[in-house]
Design a protein around this ligand. Structure first.
Ligand SMILES: CC(C)(COP(=O)(O)OP(=O)(O)OC[C@H]1O[C@@H](n2cnc3c(N)ncnc32)[C@H](O)[C@@H]1OP(=O)(O)O)[C@@H](O)C(=O)NCCC(=O)NCCS
Length: 220
């Protein structure tokens, strides 16, 4: 609760001046129209506000008020089936609050909303590697079922990949979809990720042992 008011207070006092617009002339996305994101500075602490226009959607910073739409879209067994078990199911308001608290307090900011209009309808996020893997990160994403099939996840993944490569100093971004997750594999391939191999019997979901595919986007 304290953290919630602290973040709102600081977000309200943000200096709206444009501080930094990185010039990424050629994004990995190719189709990402405007790789424009704004970073604003708070008087008291640095708070970045990311907003990337991907035409069919936006990839933007999370807001505390997104909790309700997270629950509406994330509380879906079909989404949970494609993800690790740490993604809650059923997905409750308290799960959304916990997630937002964590996302908003993590620096650098690595978890973003996929927004349709202004509504958060999904998520794309990174787990940054450490030590000898510090130039590598894993990407994960999900999208509300009502939004599936319109190229939204692909657009968001392309934009987020371009942003992550430029912002975190990465050479490699990888993903590990279940081999049976054809939609996610298609999204990765459309976004320019390349299959590096199959991790046989590397996961267990709902008691079923599954193969996972390793996909990566590598900046040479
Ligand atoms: C995976 C997910 C993000 C895709 O979102 P989306 O916005 O529908 O994706 P897109 O519209 O950009 O692309 C989906 C592609 O998969 C294809 N596809 C969908 N279901 C498919 C299936 N069962 N078999 C083969 N292809 C399929 C679509 O036809 C489309 O390809 P196309 O543009 O060539 O026609 C969404 O289904 C989801 O959130 N799933 C649950 C969570 C998840 O699995 N996350 C990924 C973890 S690795």
């Amino acid at each position: 609760m304290l953290l919630k008011s602290w973040i709102s207070a600081n977000r309200k006092t943000q200096n709206s001046g444009l501080v930094h617009v990185p010039a990424v002339a050629k994004s990995v996305a190719g189709e990402v129209r405007a790789f424009c994101f704004k970073e604003t500075l708070s008087e008291k602490l640095r708070v970045s506000l990311v907003e990337i226009d991907c035409r069919v959607c936006k990839v933007r910073s999370w807001r505390l008020e997104d909790a309700e739409s997270i629950v509406r879209h994330a509380n879906n067994r079909k989404i949970w089936l494609g993800l690790r078990d740490c993604f809650p199911h059923p997905y409750t308001d308290s799960d959304a609050q916990d997630y937002l608290r964590q996302a908003l307090s993590t620096q650098p900011e690595t978890n973003f909303a996929i927004a349709h209009g202004d509504e958060a309808v999904g998520s794309v996020g990174f787990v940054l590697g450490r030590d000898v893997e510090r130039h590598s990160a894993e990407v994960g994403y999900w999208l509300g079922e009502s939004m599936w099939g319109h190229g939204i996840a692909t657009a968001a993944l392309k934009a987020a990949t371009a942003y992550a490569l430029a912002t975190y100093g990465l050479w490699r971004i990888f993903a590990v979809p279940f081999c049976e997750n054809a939609a996610s594999i298609r999204v990765l391939e459309k976004a320019g990720f390349v299959r590096e191999g199959i991790m046989r019997r590397s996961a267990i979901k709902e008691g079923r042992v599954l193969d996972q595919a390793l996909y990566a986007f590598v900046r040479e």
